[in-house]
Design a protein around this ligand. Structure first.
Ligand SMILES: [Zn+2]
Length: 52
């Protein structure tokens, strides 16, 4: 489950734009989520990838 990474588009709520970022994939409540940090403003980004 761990040690998986995702790179792609995340929506940054602070920039209100999509950002290319790379982050870790985590599983929460049987959903795979990617977590990254916005390269522009440093805000944490989350993206739901789907079911685990
Ligand atoms: Zn941002």
């Amino acid at each position: 489950m761990a040690d998986e990474t995702y790179s792609g588009e995340f929506y940054c709520v602070k920039c209100r734009e999509k950002r290319e970022a790379q982050g870790d994939v985590v599983v929460s409540n049987n959903r795979r989520m990617a977590k990254a940090v916005c390269p522009e403003c440093g805000t944490k980004l989350n993206r739901i990838l789907g079911k685990a």
